[in-house]
Design a protein around this ligand. Sequence first.
Ligand SMILES: Nc1ncnc2c1ncn2[C@@H]1O[C@H](COP(=O)(O)OP(=O)(O)OP(=O)(O)O)[C@@H](O)[C@H]1O
Length: 637
Amino acid sequence: MSFFTRPQSANAAIKIVRPTSSGGGEPEQPPSIKPPTGRKDCRPYAQYRYSRCHSPRAESPAVAPALSSPPTPTALTANAVNAPVFVPKFPVRIETALTPPPPASPSPPQYPEEQEQQQAVYDEYDEYMGYPAAGVDPVVDSMQEMAYASDPNYPGYDPAMDHAYFGTQAPVFVRQPLNYHLYTTLIPPSFVSSASDAHFIPPSGELRTLLQGRSEDLHTAPPPGLNLPEEMQGYHSLMPLENIGSSVERRKFGNWNSIVYRAMNSQDGGTYALRRIENFRLTHQAAFGAIEAWVKIRHPGVVAVHEAFTTHAFGDSSLVVAYAYHPQAQTLFDAHLKPALPSYQLGVRFQPPPPTPPPIPERTLWSYIVQLAAAIKSVHDAGQALRMIDVTKVLVTSKSRIRVSSCGVVDVLMYDTPQDMHLLQLEDLTLFGRLVFALCTGNVMASSGGNFQKSLEVMGRMYSPEIKSVALFLVNKGGPHKNIAQLMEIIGSRMAAEMADALSCTDILENELMGELENARLVRLLCKFGFINERPEFARDPRWSETGDRYIIKLFRDYVFHQVDENRNPSVNLSHVLSCLNKLDAGTDERIMLVSRDEQSCLVVSYKDIKACVQSAFEELPRAGTSSNIATGGGYR
Ligand SMILES: Nc1ncnc2c1ncn2[C@@H]1O[C@H](COP(=O)(O)OP(=O)(O)OP(=O)(O)O)[C@@H](O)[C@H]1O
């Protein structure tokens, strides 16, 4: 009988070879590995299951646990692959260059009770419950024994110490490193539930739809025939965000006509919202001084100002102020006050008036008040005034999240009529109060003249007295020392609730992000597989895929994607795929058995080796071409 001994650069791949008569006749030991029998299917799964339970964990390169890792073999060479193949005629024994031949009983002794407990723990975490466990298939069992016995990294068992296990000393099992390379385990839903509706964030499924919608929004093209400038001060692909047809009644921005466009900036590739004020003549360049101040203000409650310029690109002299673009943003008016469109049935308009929108829930209202108060405070602290707190200028940018838009425009437009900043800041509070009235009653004119008393009654009926107090504090004249900080004191307790909800939102988003953690690295790996496997230009060259690194990659791909069940039906187990690819990316020391397609040879190889194979095959690609050059690019390695 002969053994396959690995090349001098002892690597982790173990080739199972054909036994020959020159090896000295009958094996002296009971066989530690049996040839593949009729039940070959699912062996890799079973091997996998075993390895998860017993082989040491390696760390992900990104998050290496501070545990000493055992010596690891070097990468597998092409020679190992070209070694003689295993023919399952006689029982054979396996030997590695790293370990002495296993003792008569290679499997580590375990006390039945401990074994049971361990198995229970493994089973609890085993996502491959449906696959045959150790002990089911004799081939699997012997492969497991082999992997166990030949694994120098298993810290809990030393064959030379067999006697110790049967003595009085209890076996020592070293804690394994954490499974950093496995797919991420999310925080239990009872702690952070992304399935339920949170204040600032919809359930996970809806959130995805929402984000998809926003992404789509960024790419929508304008209808043809709008006759918009192709390019303007570095902005292109302009698309109006409101109807601009001649039949549309247009509201005014103060005394000016205004329109908002979405546009791309060719310098940074970003998307911006451009507010254009038509027919504006700039008399003093210094009018842009306020914009400089606004560019410096960054607050989550304020739509960020980017820059301002004048242009003749629209055929007139326009002022344009560029803002951060928030896809699918709606004004508060559109979100809460706008009556629903009249219903039509069979082309006939219904007579009843359109339904009024439902009242805003009190929690949402408090949230708006707290966010606006925080935004105003930050702007006032920066020495500016918002001057545009209005239901048509405050944007709802995501669930319960609002931002004041159009900042800085009035400062430029009204540059010629300078006003006292303190008075402007007081005016902000009054505008804020009017907005609260409008949101409570659904009427933009709620705080004016004859509506005032009726509005207070409505507010008293529908909301808590604190809301009314806040609205009254804001619209009442107050002394000259009235300021936003006083409001903050009044709403202090509501701010605590707001903060708790905001932090919960962060937790949920972080948890969601955890679920996406592996995406990038897995896509990169799959791309490499795509580059390497089945290249048509090497289709007639068996050396390409049947030798060296690429052969191992080919077998590994079969192991990952082409498993069959006991009835030879394709097994489609995404968890298996993800788990294998994660381990491959992390390059763990865990070993798996790769079986050739004719099932006549097997290779036991670690993920670390396969990772090296993938890397070297990928790097070899540009050199592998003959006359044709295979281009690489993008720097993804
Ligand atoms: N920064 C922005 N990001 C995304 N969308 C925006 C942004 N600023 C404004 N919008 C959108 O542009 C559209 C027009 O804004 P605008 O402020 O003109 O509202 P409006 O209701 O038409 O008010 P007005 O009648 O005063 O023009 C609105 O639908 C608004 O949601």
